[in-house]
Design a protein around this ligand. Structure first.
Ligand code: PEP
Length: 249
């Protein structure tokens, strides 16, 4: 039985006061939530502060990125073991902003996936098509290619306990979410694509939707059979809106 997971991606936002206030707000709003995993991914700078502020809550710490290297001369990078050491569990990889601005390839992201699994952390693998690809009818082809980079290098078993976030790029931060029917169709495709290799793994893998999820559209998205919660950007920066989304899941 899959449990939904709602995760907040704070991106490059925040300062010490905001981290403290937002986590206080989330703890108040979400202290009795059951049946849904909740995680937040603050900027790496504030992971330690966030972990301390989350002590004894059910909200789990996540992070927004990881390096493929374990240690050494890689200035500015953060390793899987460091994230584990600080208490992070869910680690976002392959976000479209990193694919675009940092030119991260499918193969490079697959390496990050392997490094996280090796460290006992949970990859949240973001996939999704651009608007042009969507209009050209290439959504399934793009999602399959992005998943195959992991499937073919590590096998379907690598998705055991992992999370996929389907995030159509045209829906991220635009206020223009995919409809629940559009998202469900792609989620079903993703699950069936993995099921061709391993039906059990496909059945249990959490597939989140991401892209302008808010307190108004969350319930309808989560009512779809293959949508297991959400990866939330903008709306995760407000405790009350994020709480409504979590409760809808
Ligand atoms: C995201 O960046 O992962 C995201 C889904 O952003 P937003 O919710 O703001 O569209």
């Amino acid at each position: 039985m899959r449990h939904p997971l709602v995760m907040g991606n704070w991106k490059l936002n925040g300062n010490k006061k905001m981290v403290s206030d937002l986590i206080d707000g989330l703890r108040k709003e979400l202290n009795a939530v059951q049946g849904c995993g909740v995680a937040i991914a603050p900027p790496v700078m504030y992971l330690d502060q966030a972990q301390q502020a989350l002590a004894d809550s059910q909200i789990v710490l996540g992070a927004q990125n990881v390096d493929v290297n374990l240690s050494g001369a890689f200035t500015g990078e953060v390793s899987a073991e460091m994230l584990k050491d600080i208490g992070a569990r869910y680690i976002i990889i392959g976000h479209s902003e990193r694919r675009t601005y940092h030119k991260e390839s499918d193969e490079f992201i697959a390496k990050k996936f392997a490094v996280l699994k090796e460290a006992g952390l949970i990859p949240v693998l973001c996939i999704g098509e651009t608007e042009a690809e969507n209009e050209a009818g290439k959504t399934e082809e793009v999602c399959a290619r992005q998943i195959d980079a992991v499937l073919e290098s590590q096998g379907a078993a690598a998705f055991n306990g992992a999370v996929i976030a389907y995030e159509p790029i045209w829906a991220i931060g635009t206020g223009k979410s995919a409809t629940s029917a559009q998202a469900q169709a792609v989620h079903k495709f993703i699950r069936e694509h993995i099921a061709k290799k391993d039906a059990k793994v496909a059945e249990q893998v959490i597939i989140q939707y991401g892209g302008s999820v808010n307190d108004k559209n969350a319930a309808e998205l989560f009512a779809q059979p293959d949508i297991d919660g959400a990866l939330v950007g903008g709306a995760s920066l407000k405790a009350d809106a994020f709480a409504v989304i979590v409760k809808a899941a």
